[in-house]
Design a protein around this ligand. Sequence first.
Ligand code: NAD
Length: 429
Amino acid sequence: MATDRSFNPLEMAQRQFDTVADDLQLDDGARQLLRTPMREYHFNIPVRMDDGRVEVLRGFRVQHNDARGPCKGGVRFHPQETADTVRALAMWMTWKCAVADIPLGGGKGGVICDPHNLSSREQEQVCRGWVRQVARDVGPNRDVPAPDVMTNGQHMLWMLDEYETIHGERLPGMITGKPVGMGGSQGRTQATGYGVVYTLREALKELGIRPQDTTASVQGFGNVAQYAIELYRQIGGTTLCVSCWDQRDQTSYAFRKADGIDLEELRSITDRFGGIEREKARDLGYEVLDGDQWLDQDVDILIPSALENQINASNVERISPKVKIIAEGANGPTTPDADTVLKERGVFMIPDFLANAGGVTCSYFEQVQSNMNYFWDAGEVLGKLDQQMTAAYLAVSELAQHGGLYMRDAAYVLAIKRVVTACRDRGWI
Ligand code: NAD
């Protein structure tokens, strides 16, 4: 979600699509079909509050395209949610599932609310109310929701329970992000961060660089960042710097150690929101740097894994000439202006919707396991994830090399081509 409210994510998503549509010389029918969602549902959710009042919340589900398979995408609870944000995110999910080559389309949902101001019972009512409005329009073979901003596994279980009560049968493949033991998949916690490193490992191989000769700087120290750092270390890399947001000071800090950070040590002084305790880090010998200095470190690899719009026109020039690869763990961490500069500089970009597709790929595995009611161990899940991510990376990089394209452009071309082909094969366009 953009922090600047004047920024319209749908316009940005449509601009990106138009550029690729021009390159691919798509006809009008294909453009019209893919520029906007196929279906969307907007509805009221009446919620009985703890004090007896009824509050009416606004909810959405957007199904952008399901030519390649059932729609897939999270449900966000956010006080500033807008229909256009949900539409844009649904479109990006279509491209992400297509680039990862999983048989799913793109969807997204949301409710305008702030869960911080809702009791647990009230949140349960929101979840059940949301499902009552879309119970005929989502499902294992139609559209499969998942957790997203400010929603979690408990919310998913309440939604599943309401859905199964309405339909009168157990249908655990209707939703993903369920807790392990209640239909969730092993490996989901690691999936996004590990996925980033599976693609990074392949990029290093292609560029002829040994991982053990590389260093990295990482923005963020949450779920994606920590597991990316873990696997990067396992393949031999050294992370010199990480950063986080300090809730009390409302600013960010970076933590640096010349011979590499110690992941377990830093994890032990990190809260559940990914915030690192500064005093304790200093005691452990870390240099604590103000602001976004994770960005100007003399490293080979940058892994932005915190938020959108972090590498932008105002700071892109600070990136060291030593940086060869950027692997985007976060969604939209690089603005289009900064991206142009990086492209001209010849930085090797592993774009967000390829690099962080490990999350949705593992959600797809959860859906498959739930549908067949047979669950795999973590080794099997991560092995399959590696295979899928590696294949996705290689398809994009082959297109980039043959077509002389920047990796982000190649990923868009590949994704949009796959979706257009599915629409054509079905006879829609
Ligand atoms: P998280 O909440 O677990 O961690 C976020 C981290 O970023 C925290 O360490 C926080 O302190 C840090 N942070 C926030 N603002 C910062 C700033 N200005 N400077 C430095 N650090 C800052 O979140 P996450 O699940 O790791 O997700 C991170 C990004 O990855 C988001 O863009 C998310 O949309 C994207 N993503 C996540 C997944 C997933 O499976 N978790 C999948 C795909 C994409």
